[in-house]
Design a binder for this molecule. Structure first.
Ligand SMILES: NC(=O)c1ccc[n+]([C@@H]2O[C@H](COP(=O)([O-])OP(=O)(O)OC[C@H]3O[C@@H](n4cnc5c(N)ncnc54)[C@H](OP(=O)(O)O)[C@@H]3O)[C@@H](O)[C@H]2O)c1
Length: 258
């Protein structure tokens, strides 16, 4: 089997949440470049429209569908819109996420719930809806949840985020167990540090830059460093992988401090 064939996504329909920037924008472009038609979901319409144009200019197929991942009606409209344009969604990348830096003693209820609902509840409901539709259509599919190395370890000021991401890793296993027999594979990627809007202020500070000393590869993640993991889990190349969380962190998690 040639690599180009097993990673090929021609005829597949993907939906990427949080496609308006950062990692999600790259995920959408990679899926489109490998043949998938892609529905681009997030709240910021202008960014989505610009990405849709960029993908089309590059010869790909994409539509922008503005939606808040916390809005269940908007979720249904997003799946309906993708289906109407391209057919049943058979690849979901559950990527939308928000971070915080509040310490446990200070975090308020509204903030706790916002982080948990965006990073965990929405992942559940979007994956549930995608799987239901794939199974109803009798189509095999792949769900890729974006977790984090903070789903395994913690650092100060990440309690809500790390709790949600640990939940995503468990949820990925639970969903894989229930959907695998229908050929709907559920897996996750746990990225290390990538400089995006979610963490730019911190990672570009002196304290943040010092973190690279804890990464064996010696740098933060760069654009393209998650392409291989995404394509593996989304495509036929990963057809026997279910319930896994692929850590892509330049070795950060296995390195001892000091
Ligand atoms: N960067 C890292 O180092 C890193 C490491 C590990 C895991 N991750 C995870 O990777 C994912 C992407 O993060 P990123 O680094 O690319 O951050 P980012 O640049 O801030 O992107 C976050 C995306 O999520 C979307 N989003 C947030 N809340 C939303 C909502 N309620 N409804 C719809 N979309 C929403 C944002 O779009 P709108 O504002 O337009 O809605 C944006 O497109 C997140 O799940 C994050 O936790 C990132």
């Amino acid at each position: 089997m040639k690599s180009a064939d097993i990673f090929d996504l021609s005829g597949r329909v993907a939906l990427v949440t949080g496609a308006s920037g950062g990692l999600g924008s790259r995920f959408a472009q990679v899926l489109a470049a490998n043949g998938a038609s892609v529905a681009l979901v997030a709240r910021r319409r202008d960014q989505l429209a610009a990405l849709e144009a960029r993908i089309r200019q590059a010869g790909g197929r994409a539509i922008a569908v503005a939606a808040d991942v916390l809005d269940r009606d908007a979720m249904l409209r997003a799946f309906d819109g993708a289906e109407k344009a391209f057919g049943t969604v058979t690849i979901l990348v559950n990527n939308a996420g928000v971070a915080h830096s509040d310490r446990v003693a200070e975090i308020g209820e509204a903030q706790w719930r916002r982080i948990l609902s965006t990073n965990l509840d929405a992942v559940f409901f979007w994956a549930q809806e995608a799987a239901r539709r794939m199974m109803a259509a009798g189509q095999a599919g792949a769900i890729v949840n974006i977790a984090s190395v903070l789903g395994f370890g913690v650092s100060k000021g990440t309690a809500a985020y790390a709790t949600a991401k640990a939940g995503v890793i468990q949820l990925t296993k639970a969903m894989a167990l229930e959907f695998a027999f229908k050929d709907v594979r559920v897996n996750a990627i746990a990225p290390g540090w990538f400089v995006t809007d979610i963490n730019r202020d911190y990672l570009t500070s002196e304290q943040g830059r010092a973190l690279t000393r804890e990464i064996p590869v010696g740098r933060f993640g760069a654009e393209g460093d998650l392409d291989g993991a995404l394509l593996l889990l989304a495509s036929n190349a990963g057809r026997y992988i279910a319930g896994a969380t692929l850590v892509v962190d330049g070795g950060q998690m296995v390195a001892l401090r000091g």
